[in-house]
Design a protein around this ligand. Sequence first.
Ligand SMILES: *Cc1c(COP(=O)(O)O)cnc(C)c1O
Length: 400
Amino acid sequence: MTIDHRDFPRRHLFDLAKGLIYLDGNSLGPPVKGSEDIAYSVIDSEWKKELISAWNTCGWIELPHTVGNLLAPIIGVSLDTISMGDTLSVKLFQVLAAAVEMRPKRKVVLTDSGNFPSDLYIANGLLDTLGRGHQLKITKPDQVIKKINDEVAVVCLTHVDYRTGRKHDMAEITTRAHECGSVVIWDLAHSAGALPLELETIQAEFAVGCTYKYLNGGPGAPAFVYVRPDLVSSIQPVMPGWLGHKKPFSMDIRYTPAKGVGRFRIGTPSVIQFKILEHALALWKNVDLYKLYDQSVVLSELFIAEMKARCPSLELISPSNPTQRGSQVSFASKHAYPLIQSLIDRKVIGDFREPNILRFGLAPLYVDENQVIAAVQILEQVINERVWQQDKYQTKKKVT
Ligand SMILES: *Cc1c(COP(=O)(O)O)cnc(C)c1O
């Protein structure tokens, strides 16, 4: 597909300082312009003026549903199949609990070692709490397909590896899992807003994700949960909170789940965060995700070629084949941490991941080819001039 270069970047839509090269939108997206006005107006025009009426008059109570519908086309699902709220870790706990109950005779949950630690902790924590002899099997990413068999209750994976950007073949794995009678959960943390997704077409049972990475919802933005619509009415959610009740204000002492995916709601939504996210999601109406991803490939191929030429001491640890990557590239170096700190000091923002990884997110909405070239030139200079050896770059901060 040819890319219309007028499509990207759209940096004017974001609040990013001039000269800043922001390659960390895979971890925390930048604010969409006007985000602070939204936060202010929720407080000033809604909370302050309407007080508790705002739950009705400003649609606050519906936000987990209405904002979910803005997200639906971005992950390739129908309207009314997404609920939002809480954090990704909590949503994963809920769907994994539901998925395990769908295959009561099976005891294995299959995941891989490229998964995000929180996903692994949550899975182990849930299975321990159940106390019914379930086991979390952690295989290597490239072994997943081989390890799916008729003992596996649930295949629980993150689509794009947070460290390397390696991408699973969602359709192939989902099909294989279904052949073996396993239920599938996809974590889309590093996919939503980065790649075109056809979640409904592949028929996966569940998906979860967060909205503060490529979707720019801001720190603490609500997570999302998708449940295949033919299944949702038979699921009794764990952590059944009052707002997932069919009629919360009946104040019934017995829980009856809401009709659809709304039953995955727990408690009060974070209204200000929701409104900021609603604002951020509006821009996706005019984004063709296929074109966006094509441009991300242009950027990542350029990044890799420039790195090969200018910084050959750093080893590419992302797949070299772009069809196997998400929207980031990662490199390994013994000096990864001080290198990243030196870059940050020079207005090139990437991040460090244990044990030796420099990670660069390439979001075409606000990153262009010139910035990619400039970022690598600055890194080359940092290496050649041994800038990274300075003391101030050695001590690890709490968040890396
Ligand atoms: C970012 C990320 C998380 C973070 O979970 P929170 O509950 O939002 O803190 C979890 N899993 C994956 C795969 C991630 O990339």
